[in-house]
Design a protein around this ligand. Structure first.
Ligand SMILES: Cc1cc2nc3c(=O)[nH]c(=O)nc-3n(C[C@H](O)[C@H](O)[C@H](O)COP(=O)(O)O)c2cc1C
Length: 312
């Protein structure tokens, strides 16, 4: 396929494997890039020297393009950006912050920049900041999410109406049928997160991968709206947060309850009750753990078949 996203990144299929803390290291990113999609390293859970290691390993594992996702709310951003520039990473996806801060620096170094948004307003701001494309991420998505609660079905056309940039759809996409729906709404690419967690290449703990496979409809909820909204699997930790919120806890009290390293405990160390388990609603449709290249191939084949089936 040749469209605005495949030519922007010089890839075969307009499918991006999302940057995900504690899940997307070099093994996952290089597997997806080698299979013809775009793999992203999730820098949000990496110290600067760890990020450099993953970039160098990824370069050895693939000669195809790959990128790095940086959530701008994390510390050490300037160090992470320096490493990206020193290592000549060609593509950066930024999220959770102001696209005006780093886009000009990255663009000046020839890096392709994409910003993740949860509303048409932020898509317009990203366009004004000079990014090359936006990811429009709906309410269904795993991980951090917008307060607007706009679903992918509404967000994609709303963003496409406002910006001229190519739009990459995210949130609830784990199959070729969902990819076809996103394209019908105006997207030129898809960013897939949760589906790639349930792969052997994801660095997440096997307990977490198994919890994703076992998750049923209604098992995830958007939580911590007073801090940074995040979609989680319901467990003891989620229930404690929920109870505190119901009792009127403010942001400071929630921060104390959250403590440190909850995400690492849940997703990387496999503590299914006391850890933070970030995953999307689409987990209800994920029934197995299989190699990233197979996931990509199945999405692509089903996408093509779906489009054929619908053209009458
Ligand atoms: C385990 C997990 C970790 C995530 N971490 C990040 C992150 O570090 N940075 C980011 O921009 N988005 C993050 N996300 C969101 C994804 O990048 C992606 O946009 C989202 O997963 C798409 O929705 P889906 O899960 O329905 O496929 C994360 C999602 C998951 C499931």
């Amino acid at each position: 396929m040749n469209n605005r996203i495949t030519s922007l990144f010089n890839i075969q299929y307009p499918v991006i494997q999302a940057g995900m803390i504690w899940a997307s290291g070099w093994r996952l990113a290089s597997a997806v890039s080698n299979a013809g999609g775009l793999g992203l390293l999730g820098a949000g859970s990496m110290y600067p020297d760890v990020l450099r290691y993953h970039i160098q390993q990824c370069k050895q594992a693939t000669n195809k393009p790959f990128g790095v996702n940086i959530p701008l709310l994390y510390p050490d951003i300037d160090q992470l950006i320096n490493i990206i520039l020193e290592e000549r990473v060609p593509i950066v996806f930024t999220s959770a912050g102001n696209p005006k801060t780093w886009t000009p620096v990255l663009k000046a170094a020839g890096v392709k920049v994409v910003h993740v948004v949860s509303s048409a307003t932020f898509a317009l701001k990203s366009e004004a900041a000079g990014v090359d494309a936006v990811v429009a991420e709906g309410f269904e998505a795993g991980g951090h999410n917008g307060r607007e609660e706009t679903t992918t079905m509404v967000l994609i056309p709303a963003v496409c109406e406002q910006v001229k940039l190519p739009v990459i759809a995210a949130g609830g996409i784990g199959s070729g049928k969902a990819m076809a729906a996103a394209f019908a709404l105006g997207a030129a690419g898809v960013q897939v997160g949760s589906r790639f967690v349930a792969t052997p290449e994801a660095s997440s703990h096997i307990n977490f991968k198994q919890a994703v496979v076992n998750a049923k409809e209604g098992d995830t909820m958007l939580s911590l709206k007073k801090l940074t909204p995040v979609r989680l699997i319901k467990n003891n930790f989620y229930n404690a947060i929920r109870e505190a919120e119901d009792n009127g806890a403010d942001a400071t009290a929630l921060k104390t309850l959250l403590g440190r390293a909850r995400a690492k405990a849940g997703m990387f160390e496999g503590n299914l009750e006391e850890g933070e388990l970030e995953i999307g609603q689409v987990s209800a449709l994920i029934h197995d753990i299989k190699p990233a290249a197979v996931v990509l191939e199945e999405i692509w084949t089903e996408f093509r078949e779906t489009i054929k089936r619908l053209s009458f």
